[in-house]
Design a protein around this ligand. Sequence first.
Ligand code: SF4
Length: 873
Amino acid sequence: MERAIRTTCAYCGVGCGISATPTGPRSVTIRGDETHPANAGRLCSKGTHLGETTGLTGRLLHPMIGNRRAGWDKALDLVARRFRETIDRHGPDSVAFYVSGQLMTEDYYVANKLMKGFIGSSNIDTNSRLCMSSAVAGHNRAFGEDVVPASYDDLEEADLIVLVGSNTAWCHPIVYQRIQAARAARGTKLVVIDPRRTETCEGADLHLPVKPGTDVALMNGLLAWIAQQGLTDPAFLADHVSAPEGFWEHIRTGHDLWTTAKTCDVAPALLEQFYTLFAATPRTVTLFSQGINQSIRGTDQVNAIINVHLATGRIGKPGAAPFSITGQPNAMGGREVGGLASTLAAHMDFAPDNVARVGRFWAAPKMATKAGLKAVDLFRAVDEGRIKALWVMATNPAVSMPDANRVRDALAACPFVVMSDIMADTDTGAHAHVRLPAAGWGEKDGTVTNSDRTISRQRPFLPLPGEAKPDWWIVKEVARRMGWRNAFAYDRPADIWREHARLTAYGNDGQRVLNLRAWAAIGNDAYDAMEPFRWGGTPFADGRFPTPDGRARLVLTKQMDMQEPLKQWPMTLNTGRYRDQWHTMSRTGLSPKLARHREEPLVEIHPRDAAALGIADRDLARVETAQGNSIFRVSLNEGQRRGEIFTPIHWTDQTSSGGRTGLLPRPLVDPHSGQPGFKSTPASIGKVATEWSGFLILRDREGIGQPVKLPCLWSTRIAVPGGALYEIAGNGDPARLDAFLPKGDRVEAMDASRGTRRIATIGEGRLNGVLFVTRSGLLPSRDWLIGQLQAEGVGGSVLAAREPGAAGDKGATVCVCFDIGLNQIVAAIRDRQLVDVPAIGRALGAGTNCGSCRPALANILAQNMQETLHAAE
Ligand code: SF4
C-alpha cells in the first residue's frame, strides 16, 4: 500500500497541509493534514477535490517550438540564444520575466537571481502584483520591511475580527472556518466591511456595505473617533511610533462621523456601532485582502488600517494585529526572495549597500541597481516594443491582466515569447514561440510560504509526466546556457533553499526580520523532512520595527475624490473569485464536482437595477467598459449595492464564448505599489436578446481542456462526469449545432409549438451526445441526462430527460462534496422543520465534509425559515 505524503494545497494563501496517498499512476486520495498548523486537518472544497485535477488532460508534455515538438536541448538553446542576442543588441532592460505565486520559493529564487544579478535588469514581476503588492508597499512604509505582523493563532485570541474587502468564506475558506470556530468557542465578534453582502456576512455581528474605494475615509474616521474618545495608546505612540508633520491635524479635520458616513454611504448609526465596538476591543485583528489591495489607492488603504493599529498599540500582541491575507499559495515566498520588480532580494530594496551586499553574495557580474517594470507597465513596454523577449512562467496574463485584450495584442506582437506551464493550450500560450512543459502540483518539490509566514514543503508524490521538468531546473538550464554555469550549479531544490536561507542571514545583524539562518545549513534529508515553521516569531512584540530609528511610521493618507458615475458608464464593475474555482480554471475547471457550484460566468446585479434596464434573472447581458465588452449570464442579487455589478475572474476563451472579466478593468494602478484597481471600473450593462437557448452534452472527457468553439452567441463548457456540458444560446437556426453531436443512432423529437428540438445519439446502448434547444425558454434539468453518460442500455426514452416516476429536480448544487442541491435542502428544511446548519448536516450530510457550503446553508436556512414564518402568519 502507498504511503501518505505530506504536502501543501495548490491553491490559496491559507496554505493548508494535505496528506496525499497515491492510488494509481495519476490518481491520489486527498485528506487534510491534521498536523499542519494552518488547517489542522480541515480542507475546503477546492482542496478536497484536488485529486480530480491530477490527470493529464490538457497537459503540456513536451517542449514545443511553434507547433512542433522539440527536444529539451534545442528548446533551451533557442531560449538562451534569443535572450542573449536581445540583451546584446538592446540592453538588459529589453527582456523580462513574468512569473507567478504558483511557483515554489526555489523556482522564484533562481529566476530572480538570473534577472537581477546576471542579466542586470529588474524586469521580473509576478502575478502577485495583481493580488497583494499594495500590502507589501504598505508594510514597507509603516514597518520598514514587508512583514505580516499576524498569525492564524491571533484569530483564536482576538475578541473582535474585522474583515475588510474580503469574501473570506469563499476565498480563504479555512481561515473563515477558524474564525467561526473562534466565535463559537469564545464569542469573538465579527464585522464585515464590503460593498457586497457576500456569504461571509452570514452570521456576522455587523456588515458595513461601504461605497467601493472609501476605505481610507472609513479608517481615518475610525482613528478620529478613537482619538476623540481618548482611546489611543499614548505610551506606545510615544515610545514606538513616528508621525509625519500634520498627521493628527489631518485626522481631526473632516473625519467626523457624519462626514465619514456620507463619504462611505453607510448609515451613521451603523458606523457608530462599528467604531464603538472597535474602540472598546483591544484584542482586534483587522484582516484584509483583495478588496483593499486591488485599488488605485490600495497602499493608502492598507496604511489607513495599519495607522489605526499603531495608534492603539494593537500590534505585536496576541489577538491584535493588521493581517493581510494573500491570494496565492506562494505569493509570500515570492516576496521573500524578491520576486517583485520593486524589491531586490531577501526583503532588501535597491539601496546601494543592499545592491553591493547581494552582488557580493551572488558573485554577480551585473547587478540591477533600480526597480524594474511592474506588471501593468511591463506589458505596456511589451506593447510599445521596448520589451523584445518575454518569459511567462506558470501564469496566464492574456486572461488575468486588466485590459487583457491589449495584453494579447502585445503578446502577439512581441518578437519572442516563452511560456513555461503545465497546460498545453492557454490564452497566453497561443502567442508563445516556445512552450516548455513544467511540473505541476503533486510533481513539484520545494517550499511555499502562506499568509501567516508559515513555510511548508510541497512534496512530490506523482512522477513527472512526459518530458515535464521543474521550473527551477528550466531556469537554471537557460542561465547555464547563457554563460553562468557555476552560479547556477544546482542539483536539487535543497541546494537552492540553502542559498536562499544564507542570503536572508547575510549581513543581517537584526536589520531585517526575515532571517532563515537556522535553516541555512540543513542537509538534504532534513530539507525533505522539514516540518512547517513560521519565521519571525511574533513580529514587533518588543515594540521595535525594522526602520532606521526602530520606530513604526504612521502614514498620512487622504481619501481620493469619488467620481460621480458618467452617463455612458452608469454602473461600477467589481470583480472577484468564486468559492470553487481558481484563477483561470486550468485545474479546477477539470473537476466536475467543483464545476457544479457556479457553472457559468454570472454578472450579479441588484434586482431593481435590473428591472430598470429590462433585464431578468438568467438573461444574457453584455457588460461594457471603455476597454471592451463581454457577455455574462445574469444573476439577480440583493446583496449588490445599487449601481454596482460583479463578475468572476475565472472564464477564458478555453471555457466560454463570454465571461472575460480581465478585458474589462482599466489598466490604472496604485502609485506606490503598481497594483491595478480591479474593483471599481465604470461600466454599463444591457440585455442581450437571444431567440433560443439550450444545452449540449457530449461524451468523452478528452474534450475538456481543448478549446471548442460552438457556432452560437453563447456557449460555456462545464466539466461533468464522463464528458462535458455546454450551456448555449443564440439566434437564427440552431440546426448547425447538430454537427457537434458524436456519431451514433440518432433519435429526435420536435415540438413546433414550443420551438423545441431534442436530439440524442446512441451507440451500443450508451449515450454519446444530446442536444436540447428551445425557443420558449423552458429546459429540463441536465442532471439525469449527464448521469446517462455512464449508464448502459440507453434508448430513445432518454429524450424525456428523466427517469419515469423519478424524483424531481434537485436544484443547483450547494454541497459539492455530497452533491446536494438547493431544492433538496429547501424541501428538507420545510418537511423536517430543520432550524440550524448542523441539523441540515444530520439530515442530508450537506456541509459535514469540507464545510465550504456552510455559509450558503445558513443563508438558505434564513431565507426559508422567514418564508415559512410568513406563510404561517
Ligand atoms: Fe487549499 Fe482551501 Fe486551504 Fe485554500 S483554504 S489552501 S484552497 S484547502
